[in-house]
Structures are given as structure tokens and as C-alpha cells.
Design a protein around this ligand. Structure first.
Ligand code: SF4
Length: 92
């Protein structure tokens, strides 16, 4: 529950000090991995796979859906921008 309340803050999950494993906070992982170039499907698949192994993936996706202006680009919660746009439309 503590993790969830922190994710509901305006701070991005990538900037939060969280328990567990978050590949985007791993100092050995280049943060740019989570911002693959538009048509680079290999890079996008790598970022999505890293997110899928993250302890925060559900909370991160929820946060990203709640904060569209902060998550227009990049992979968040194992989703692409277009996937998040679709998910937001389903929420309405
Ligand atoms: S789901 Fe991805 S972007 Fe979100 S905290 Fe985990 S590794 Fe970072």
C-alpha cells in the first residue's frame, strides 16, 4: 500500500526510491532504453520486457495512465504511448 500511495504522487516511478526491482532505476541500465526511437521495434521490445520484469509494473502503468502529460513519450508500465492512449479511452 505504501508503494501505491507513493506512485499516486506526481513524482514519476522512475524518480521514486522504491523497494523491489525497478530496471529503470538500475544504475547499470541506460535510462534512454525506456525511450526507444519511434520505429525501432527491437529497442521497444527490450524496454517492454524490462518493464514486465519490474515489481512496479502495475502501479507504474496506473500512474502513467493518470499522468498523460508526463508520459507522452517512452515506455511506462510495459506500454507504448499508443497503447496508453487506447487504455485511457477505455477508461472514459
Ligand atoms: S514498469 Fe518500467 S518504467 Fe515503470 S517503474 Fe518499472 S521499469 Fe520503470
Amino acid at each position: 500500500m505504501e508503494r501505491l500511495s507513493r506512485v499516486k504522487s506526481t513524482k514519476s516511478p522512475r524518480r521514486l526510491k522504491i523497494s523491489g526491482t525497478a530496471p529503470c532505476q538500475d544504475p547499470d541500465v541506460d535510462p534512454e532504453v525506456f525511450f526507444p526511437a519511434g520505429k525501432d521495434v527491437v529497442a521497444r521490445a527490450l524496454a517492454v520486457s524490462l518493464c514486465r520484469g519490474c515489481d512496479m509494473v502495475d502501479e507504474c502503468l496506473s500512474w502513467a495512465l493518470d499522468n498523460p502529460s508526463l508520459t507522452q513519450l517512452g515506455i511506462w508500465g510495459a506500454t507504448t504511448p499508443s497503447q496508453r492512449k487506447s487504455l485511457r479511452s477505455l477508461r472514459e
